[in-house]
Design a protein around this ligand. Structure first.
Ligand code: IMP
Length: 194
């Protein structure tokens, strides 16, 4: 029987991506599968801290082994911003589009468009905590292109590719993304457990 692991997220895009990447080896359960509907706090000042906070929160409430991810977009010319504040860059209730517009505005007239997506996955397994990381670097484009993906995907062009994440197929993004790298490290680890 396929092993099960709970993904502590309320983000349907992330769930779909992680299922596409890890689903070959594991049945990735959602919080919906556990009838959990509440918000998950993420108030740490670091990406790893937020990933751990989310995993610990769900572990404390549901008592199950689980993993959570946190991602930030670090833009060189902005001193690493929005980083851990990527979801709230344009304000507490900002939409993905609001955040993208704020980013393009902040970079107007700036030629250094270097940026990296960083994902940290925190796993709680048998009361032990583990961290897995993935990073992909590239350029912030000057305008939005593509309709796939989510978040900053329409303005992020990974190194070595002519298109943004949002112009790629889900399969292509899921084979090279920050989340794919962190998820592969997670699945490699889980597959080594007995
Ligand atoms: P979170 O805190 O891990 O939910 O992610 C913070 C923000 O980063 C999200 O609200 C998105 O705007 C952005 N983000 C996370 N993952 C991705 C991705 O794979 N592509 C584009 N943006 C992302």
């Amino acid at each position: 029987m396929q092993k099960e692991i709970l993904f502590a997220t309320n983000n349907p895009h992330k769930l779909e991506e992680i299922r596409a990447i890890a689903g070959r080896h594991f049945r990735v359960l959602s919080l919906g599968d556990k009838n959990f509907k509440g918000d998950i706090p993420e108030t740490s000042a670091t990406i790893a801290g937020n990933a751990l906070q989310k995993a610990r929160y769900i572990h404390a409430i549901l008592g199950s082994d689980c993993f959570a991810d946190d991602t930030g977009l670090e833009v060189e010319a902005l001193g690493g911003a929005p980083g851990v504040y990527s979801a709230r860059y344009a304000g507490e209730n900002a939409t993905y589009h609001d955040n993208v517009v704020k980013l393009l505005t902040a970079l107007e007239g700036i030629s250094n468009r270097r940026a990296c997506f960083k994902t940290v996955i925190a796993l709680i397994l048998k009361e032990q905590e583990y961290l897995f990381e993935g990073q992909v670097c590239g350029q912030i484009t000057t305008r939005l292109s593509g309709t796939g993906g989510f978040g900053y995907d329409p303005v992020f062009r990974p190194d070595g590719f002519p298109e943004t994440f949002a112009e790629m197929s889900a399969e292509q993004k899921n084979s090279i993304s920050h989340r794919a790298l962190a998820t592969s490290a997670l699945t490699d680890f889980l597959l080594r457990q007995v």
